[in-house]
Design a binder for this molecule. Structure first.
Ligand SMILES: [Zn+2]
Length: 621
């Protein structure tokens, strides 16, 4: 930043400006366009001067998430999240501020040197960065083996026998892990990765009871697992013999959690968003074959049941979910498990019927895409499928059996927060078991949980206490004008602000103004490094139009000063309680002088009078 203002000049009084890394934060922030960065995570639509999207931080059907390119800030009017480009990335990636700076820096090509910030937690950020590099390297290593190694012929044969073509295998980076205990570990060491990094990645395992490590994946077809941004974060490996576990996944690592990840979502995302629908299969090869056959909205779970995290992930991109289970007993159990997480998700969930014993990949190969898509179109509602299952499980010829089937089904509906939706869904069961709708309704009410599960949805989050209204207005004047810092400091001190959040933001304003003679709210937000403060700044900046800020500021400062006088007066009066009348009179006189009024004869009472109107009004406000 040659010639630019230095935010980290040596000897700066304020700690905010004194941090060496603020220079880097500022240059990354200036190089990054918030619209471009956020577009990597969510689909933005232009709406006048701003961009709109479905909020990635809470579930919603109409967009209340806006990005303002002029201000370089974002704000969700649904859940209240807001801030600058770094707060967005930190929140979305579940990383802290420093890692967010790193991510944005690498996206815009501004180098963020290692150890640029020496405070706690650096090691783990560096480790994460190294793990991304290690996984990318390993994916290339496995893919090269798959394509070239003579030993990998059986892997190539296996995939060819399953009718995968070369383009698909290359596009998905399908690889091969050598049938050896140390091949990967040795190659990684030669590529300058450390034992600690290899163990943390889960690619090698420490030997028990003796020194050394061995490769986790041996003699397997390797499926790289990527995050939504396309970075490799783990692997799934399929055996080529019958003697071991069929599929082996990476363990939970700092990068990878199988309960939060959907295989292929990086490649499927565009098609999913376009059609607002997602096809969730249970196997790597199912997702792969769907894409090969042009069904680009398919993903796969990673050998785990669907979780609430999966549902939250899916809701960002789709309104309809098609669940493709293997058509066997495990499929029935899967319906029950899916209902547990989807019942209250307000998503249209469908379950298609496939020929028993035939997996989706084989079906696609045998029948082609058209019959497959026809099955998907004919898919039945998840609740309907559940009702069938409940009726099949119980003896519907007896009243006991019918009552049990009723309770099994209503037990699911009782989890739905939307009473009307639960009621509508209960109608078919009334017909199936042969009871009146009113009876079903009463039974449903009895089974309904007294309260919705805590922690669901944004409303369950604890609310921060409201901001002091006058102090908030002062901050708004400063941010909206970008230049009124000296006016504030001319009349009050920062210590006169009682709301700690406002005070910390104003400290940042003073520091920035000191450096640049202006306040860029997005830069301020980045410097503050606290999500709560960033959200307050975004709130003010994105909701404020034009105004006479100087006049409003003077009004607010009048009220702040009045409050200050009143507080001082009360304090003195409390201290003087019990003192002699002469001392009280002296204190009162002092107070009157400070308030700028002429002296008068010693008073009999000590209640603030006409001049304190502002203070009273302040209390009411
Ligand atoms: Zn939101």
């Amino acid at each position: 930043m040659p010639g630019g203002p230095s935010l980290g000049r040596p000897g700066a009084k304020n700690s905010l400006a004194g941090r060496i890394s603020d220079d880097i934060v500022a240059s990354v922030k200036r190089a990054a366009d918030i619209v471009e960065i956020i577009s990597r995570y969510v689909t933005l639509k232009k709406a006048g001067k701003t961009f709109k999207a479905l909020c990635p931080f809470h579930a919603e059907k109409t967009p209340s998430f806006i990005v303002n390119p002029e201000r370089q800030m974002f704000k969700c009017f649904g859940c209240g999240k807001g801030g600058d480009v770094f707060s967005f990335v930190a929140e979305h990636e579940r990383v802290d501020f420093l890692e967010a700076v790193r991510i944005v820096g690498s996206a815009v090509g501004v180098a963020v040197p290692d150890g640029f910030e020496r405070r706690g937690g650096v090691a783990s950020h560096q480790l994460k960065g190294r793990l991304y590099e290690l996984h990318a390297w390993a994916a290339r290593h496995y893919a090269r083996l798959f394509a070239e190694a003579p030993e990998a012929a059986r892997a190539r044969d296996y995939m060819a026998a399953r009718h995968f073509d070369k383009e698909t295998l290359e596009a998905w980076g399908i690889g091969y892990a050598a049938d050896s205990w140390e091949a990967l570990g040795r190659a990684a060491k030669a590529a300058k990765f450390t034992d600690a990094e290899l163990v943390a990645s889960g690619l090698v395992i420490e030997r028990e009871g003796k020194a050394g490590y061995y490769d986790r994946f041996r003699g397997r077809v390797m499926f790289p697992i990527r995050d939504v941004q396309g970075r490799v974060i783990g692997f799934g490996g399929r055996t080529l013999t019958d003697s071991e576990v069929k599929y082996l996944n990476s363990p939970e690592t700092p990068l990878f959690s199988k309960s939060r990840c959907l295989y292929g979502l990086d490649r499927a995302r565009e098609a999913v968003v376009e059609g607002r629908r997602i096809l969730i299969t249970e196997g790597y090869t199912d997702a792969l074959m769907c894409h090969q056959k042009g069904i680009k909205w398919a993903v796969a779970t990673l050998g785990t049941a669907l979780t609430r995290d999966h549902v939250a992930l899916v809701r960002r991109y789709a309104d309809r979910v098609v669940l493709l289970f293997d058509a066997d007993a495990a499929g029935e159990a899967a319906v029950d498990r899916s209902l547990e997480v989807f019942a209250d998700a307000d998503l249209d969930v469908r379950v298609p019927a496939l020929t028993p014993g035939m997996d989706p990949c084989d079906f696609l190969v045998a029948e082609g895409a058209e019959p497959f898509l026809a099955r998907l179109d004919a898919a039945r509602d998840l609740f309907e499928v559940k009702l069938d299952l409940a009726c099949r499980r119980h003896d519907m010829t007896t009243s006991n059996g019918r009552a049990r089937a009723l309770d099994e089904f209503l037990g699911i509906l009782a989890q739905i927060g939307n009473v009307a939706r639960a009621d509508l869904l209960s109608w078919p069961v009334a017909e199936r078991v042969g009871v009146e709708r009113e009876v079903v309704r009463a039974r449903l009410a009895a089974l309904r949980r007294p309260k919705r599960r805590a922690g669901d949805g944004p409303a369950a989050q604890p609310k921060a206490p409201p901001l002091d209204p006058v102090e908030h207005r002062i901050l708004r004047c400063v941010l909206a004008s970008g230049e009124l810092v000296p006016c504030v400091l001319a009349r009050v001190g920062l210590e006169d602000f009682q709301d700690g959040r406002i005070r910390r933001i104003l400290e940042g304003c003073v520091s920035l103004y000191d450096q640049e003679s202006a306040i860029d709210p997005a830069l301020l937000s980045a410097m503050l490094r606290e999500p709560e403060l960033s959200a307050i700044v975004a709130d003010i900046v994105l909701e404020t139009g034009a105004g006479n800020w100087e006049r409003e500021l003077q009004e607010c400062l009048d009220r702040l000063e009045a409050r200050k006088r009143r507080d001082e007066y009360r304090r003195l009066r409390e201290q003087a309680a019990g003192a002699d009348p002469q001392a009280l009179a002296a204190i009162q006189e002092l107070h009157r002088r400070r308030a700028g009024r002429p002296p008068r004869e010693p008073a009999r009472e000590l209640v603030p009078q006409e001049g304190e109107q502002g203070a009273d009004a302040y209390d009411a406000g």
